[in-house]
Design a protein around this ligand. Structure first.
Ligand code: ZN
Length: 70
């Protein structure tokens, strides 16, 4: 008991609320997206190794790649 399982409530790196697994992250992302009318997505955090939600799109590079098709 004790140190084997760390449960971060808030991220030590970003200060965001941590989601413990991808299923929870997906559920929350869908729920908040519906509530706010803004699409949210989840990502894995390099600081805590857990998941957070963000409003940001994946990246500009990704968008550029996506839009290149004519
Ligand atoms: Zn984090």
């Amino acid at each position: 008991m004790g140190v084997a399982v760390k449960r971060f409530v808030t991220c030590p790196g970003s200060g965001k609320k941590c989601l413990p697994d991808v299923e929870t992250a997906i559920r929350k992302a869908l729920r908040y997206s519906a509530q706010r009318g803004t699409p949210l997505r989840y990502y894995r955090c390099p600081d805590c190794g857990l998941f957070h939600l963000t409003k940001r799109p994946l990246s500009r590079a990704h968008v550029d790649t996506y839009q290149r098709s004519a």
